[in-house]
Design a protein around this ligand. Structure first.
Ligand code: SF4
Ligand code: SF4
Length: 173
């Protein structure tokens, strides 16, 4: 996935309906209220440590209809969903929710960073968000610690079937 290009915007890449598409989705309703004050970016704990992650910019790209750029942006996945931006926005834009909406749209197109795909398959296989290294388990045993509680992937799979998640992952591989 490419970083949003710093190339000039071409009229042909603008999807004028995109902002309305987002505005109809839960959490995206107030997208058009953003007047680009930058409060979300200045208060974002992730933006503080990143040279590229700027929630204000993501919101602007969505408003402008730069659908492909924003959905293919790696930075979309850096949001920690802390909701600071949403709490601080003077226009009541639900910034964190707009980012979730954009991620969902990207995921529907199969655009998901490998690290999250691996995390999802680990949850489906073991119930844990990441694969616990064998060495760690042996170390626990050597230290006399009890085994880790077993995950419940079967129930997780049942829940995810209810929201069509498994169908999606099976289709997208
Ligand atoms: S804080 Fe709100 S109004 Fe200001 S740039 Fe961010 S989303 Fe837009
Ligand atoms: S929810 Fe995401 S964009 Fe908003 S402040 Fe937290 S990390 Fe930044």
């Amino acid at each position: 996935m490419a970083e949003p290009a710093k190339e000039p915007i071409k009229a042909s890449e603008i999807d004028s309906q995109f902002k309305y598409e987002i505005s109809k989705m839960h959490g995206g309703e107030k997208l058009l209220r953003c007047f680009q004050c930058g409060t979300c970016t200045s208060d974002c704990p992730v933006a503080r440590f990143s040279e590229t992650y700027r929630p204000r910019k993501i919101i602007r790209m969505a408003q402008l209809g730069l659908k492909e750029r924003v959905l293919n942006s790696d930075t979309l996945w850096l949001c920690a969903a802390c909701f600071t931006c949403t709490d601080r926005c003077p226009q009541d834009v639900e910034v964190a929710s707009v980012i979730r909406v954009l991620r969902n749209l990207a995921a529907e197109k199969g655009i998901v960073p490998l690290v999250f795909k691996e995390q999802a398959s680990s949850i489906l296989e073991s119930g844990y968000a990441y694969r616990i290294p064998e060495l760690r388990l042996k170390k626990r045993e050597a230290l006399g610690l009890p085994p880790l509680p077993k995950g419940n992937p079967e129930n997780i799979c049942k829940s995810l079937r209810g929201v069509s998640f498994l169908k999606f992952t099976e289709e997208k591989g």
